[in-house]
Design a protein around this ligand. Structure first.
Ligand SMILES: [Zn+2]
Ligand SMILES: [Zn+2]
Length: 565
């Protein structure tokens, strides 16, 4: 039913443009015989969660507005401009969740069907979950990112699902996921500037601007909930707003916005507008491709496509747009990276440290050909640096100490000021006293290991990033698995990356006195290295060459552009 609103909006939008053309014709005399050709941008509309988990949301609009039900009925027609309105949770309870295991992820339904049949012969009864969707502009499908997941379950608790893990076939993923067993229940109130409840609704409702050029501002939106940078900000959006109950039983606010406008709100949050233009264009194409590839997959159970946090992509609405990043979006309009017949999952991170990492090493799952680790070095440098970083021994030590001339090494280049902040992440060092690190581990892992004796990397990816680390104490020990878990467990916030070597300074009592982490890079290191993209652009590489370097074997394609009316 929600689609109805989209179609209505689409028709309204076209009528406004057509009306504009006719008005222009009336004003001009004599009237031309043929309607002037007018370029009209046409693109998908994305639903981005801009507020989640609140009891109340305050907003203003520069235009008067309607409130419209999912069936398209006008619930209320006299929303006033420039006054503060509110949406408040009347009551709400979260969705009911159950749990199951994903055994295989396939791009083709018939491949998933073969797994189900083979498993049935072994006594497992599995289903196929369809994830993702065919994204359309009007009737035209521009991207079909559907995946077919072989699913075992559901079970009432996560623990019950986990109990089946050890009995699965060896090649099965065994990833535990929630499923919705029942929707969230509750109602939201729309409250006018005088404090009166205008209506209560258990369904979603959209706020539609009477002037399509109007802007909604949400007041004191919580940004980065649960992160070190949590704060409140006013945020302004170009799209229409939809309010409904989230799966957490709280107020959810969605910005329904044209995809290119969304990318304009993402770009300045994900890359400094002071980076060179070719790097900004590469970032625009990566952000657009990522959006279309993960559309409907990233938040499978939620009534929106992506959230506005770093979990998906940071999105700040219209308020932080910059003409340099806007130009990068406009110059690459509709362009995405393809690998075979799929839009690429164009992950990116801040500073790879000189070598990127394979996606399967960081997040598990299927290795993607275009996301395999490689040197972030000019081609003529690679023969000099052909070292094995995965073993973590002397060669990694040399690599970290030597500061190779990688594209993301801005320490020796005449780089613009905007890239200077990356210098402290290319190579870094952190030292903790033993007691301090014991306390961090206690707080982060909730375990008591006694005196911390050693930290021993057990497994590394191709970039030297640790994937598994043993923490050895005199009373107990623990193994931490996963790049992000390791970074979280060994720092009050996050270590810059999991590509590090640990050295101990021993005290006279025979116990370690301190631990020093010497590391490379900032972030997971999968896909495009943003500091490296800037470095390549400064050396004169073009946008296409930057993308080819970080996403090997991919092809640049324009999915949509400008059409004539
Ligand atoms: Zn998200
Ligand atoms: Zn790099």
């Amino acid at each position: 039913m929600r689609d109805f609103i989209f179609r209505r909006k689409g028709i309204c939008f076209s009528l406004v443009i057509l009306g504009g053309c006719l008005l222009a014709l009336l004003r001009c005399a004599p009237a031309p015989k043929i309607l002037p050709t007018r370029e009209v941008p046409v693109e998908p509309t994305i639903r981005v969660a801009v507020v989640q988990g609140e009891e109340e949301v305050r907003f203003r609009c520069t235009s008067d507005f309607w409130a419209v039900s999912p069936a398209g009925e006008i619930l209320f027609d006299s929303g006033t401009a420039e006054e503060v309105w509110r949406v408040r949770l009347k009551f709400g309870q979260p969705a009911d969740l159950v749990y199951g295991l994903v055994l295989y992820e396939e791009h083709r339904q018939e491949e998933a069907g073969k797994h189900v049949q083979r498993l049935a012969e072994q006594g497992w009864k599995c289903n196929i979950l369809t994830v993702g969707e065919a994204i359309r502009i009007g009737q035209r499908v521009i991207n079909d990112n559907r995946q077919y997941w072989v699913f075992l379950g559901p079970y009432v608790t996560r623990e019950q699902a986990a109990a089946y893990r050890d009995r699965l076939p060896d090649d099965a993923l065994g990833r535990i996921i929630p499923e919705l067993a029942g929707p969230p229940l509750g109602a939201l109130d729309l409250i006018d500037p005088a404090g009166a409840v205008v209506f209560s609704s258990g369904e979603s409702f959209a706020l539609v601007k009477k002037d399509p050029a109007g802007l909604f501002t949400l007041e004191e939106v919580t940004i980065g909930r649960g992160y070190a940078w949590e704060r409140q900000e006013n945020r302004t959006y170009r799209g229409g707003l939809v309010f409904q109950l989230g799966n957490d039983g709280k107020v959810l606010c969605i910005d329904e916005v044209d995809l290119e406008q969304y990318i304009k709100g993402v770009l300045p949050k994900e890359m400094s507008p002071g980076f060179p233009a070719a790097a900004l264009r590469a970032q625009a194409i990566a952000a657009r491709s990522y959006t279309l590839a993960r559309w409907g997959i990233q938040h499978r159970l939620d009534p929106f496509h992506l959230c506005a946090e770093v979990h998906c992509q940071a999105y700040a609405g219209v308020g932080q747009e910059d003409e340099r990043t806007n130009a990068a979006v406009e110059e690459t309009r509709g362009q995405v990276l393809m690998y075979r017949d799929r839009i690429c999952e164009t992950y990116y991170s801040a500073v790879c440290g000189g070598h990127s990492e394979g996606n399967q090493n960081v997040w598990g799952g299927t290795a993607l050909d275009y996301l395999q680790g490689a040197y972030d070095l000019p081609p003529d440098q690679i023969p000099y640096w052909n070292v094995s970083l995965q073993d973590g021994g002397e060669e990694l030590d040399r690599w970290i100490q030597a500061e190779p001339p990688a594209f993301c090494n801005h320490r020796f280049t005449e780089a613009p000021r905007a890239t200077h902040y990356t210098r402290k992440y290319f190579r870094w060092e952190t030292t903790y006293g033993r007691g301090e690190l014991e306390e961090i581990i206690r707080n982060k892992l909730g375990i008591e290991i006694g005196y911390l004796l050693d930290i021993i990397p057990l497994e590394r990816g191709v970039s030297g990033r640790c994937m598994s680390v043993r923490i050895l104490g005199d009373e107990d020990e623990a193994v931490i698995e996963g790049e992000l878990n390791i970074r979280r467990a060994l720092s009050p916030n996050h270590l810059h990356s999991s590509c590090f070597l640990v050295t101990r300074r021993m005290g006279e009592d025979g116990l370690p006195e301190s631990f020093t982490f010497r590391g490379a890079g900032w972030g997971h290191g999968v896909g495009m290295c943003q500091a490296g993209a800037a470095g390549m652009a400064l050396k004169g590489y073009r946008t296409e060459e930057i993308l080819q370097h970080y996403y090997r074997g991919t092809e640049l394609r324009r999915l949509y552009g400008i059409i004539s009316l």
